[in-house]
Design a protein around this ligand. Structure first.
Ligand code: SF4
Length: 255
């Protein structure tokens, strides 16, 4: 195994066994025990959820935390709930995902040039982690950013908590203390603020609450991924075109 692969595996093993936040350890287990009626035959994941995708990605996507009956059930970020349905459909339209759906690990979903993670790896009650829980979990994101550093060009945060966490990682964990204030807003793009830094892109979170109220529409979300393509210097592309151009076999991501 190559050094980088070994570092990823070590990180993900550490995440999956983490018990730093007592409230979340209790809650993730309780959700997995009680289950939702529709999923009562499921063996819930019920543990911290590691990141997912291309380990040589140019694009990092940071969400908030696993959904109670989505990632906390399936064990993969944004998989098995309405947020994931909205996200992966958009990523497929933008050419970053090989299929528009994400239902379970082993469903064939793979990401190209993108790695998806979150500021908090355990499902929080009411989707609201405390500030202390976010702080406790950020070192994992810092390690992911370090591992992606050689290829990383654009970092996207979904929602304000993810945005604040991502910038905190750069300021407090990675030593970019001079990083300027970057106000959050939907589809706001900040070209790389300095050497070693990616471009930063902010988006509303594709939560059911945002997508069902029209606060975030598919067109608004597509604008975010088009902006990411622009930052990468790529032409807007659909998945089928990308795969043809890449001339690669079926996509697969480790983990
Ligand atoms: S939220 Fe993060 S730090 Fe807290 S227990 Fe889960 S994995 Fe560990």
């Amino acid at each position: 195994m190559k050094d980088a692969d070994a570092a990823w595996e070590a990180l993900n093993a550490q995440i999956e066994h983490c018990q730093r936040c007592p409230r979340l350890v209790q809650w993730r287990g309780e959700v997995a025990r009680v289950r939702r009626r529709a999923y009562r035959d499921w063996d819930y994941w019920g543990r911290p959820v590691p990141g997912f995708g291309d380990r040589q990605a140019r694009v990092l996507v940071v969400g908030l935390a696993p959904g109670a009956h989505g990632a906390n059930r399936t064990g993969r970020m944004f998989t098995g709930d309405a947020s994931g349905d909205f996200l992966y459909a958009a990523l497929h339209r933008a050419g970053f995902a090989n299929q528009p759906t994400a239902t379970h690990r082993g469903d064939g979903l793979a990401l190209r040039d993108m790695y998806i993670t979150a500021v908090v790896r355990c499902v929080p009650p009411k989707n609201r982690p405390t500030a202390a829980e976010v702080r406790a979990c950020l070192p994992y994101l810092a390690t992911e950013v370090r591992l992606l550093q050689p290829t990383l060009r654009v970092a996207v945060a979904l929602g304000r908590i993810a945005w604040d966490g991502l910038l905190r990682v750069y300021r407090e964990h990675l030593g970019y203390t001079q990083l300027p204030r970057l106000p959050f807003g939907h589809a706001v793009v900040y070209p790389s603020p300095g050497p070693g830094l990616p471009a930063f892109v902010a988006s509303y979170h594709p939560s059911r609450q945002n997508t069902q109220t029209g606060r975030l529409t598919p067109a608004m979300f597509d604008a975010v991924w088009q902006a990411v393509r622009q930052m990468l210097g790529d032409q807007p592309a659909r998945a089928s075109q990308q795969e043809a151009e890449a001339g690669r076999g079926p996509l697969s991501n480790p983990g």
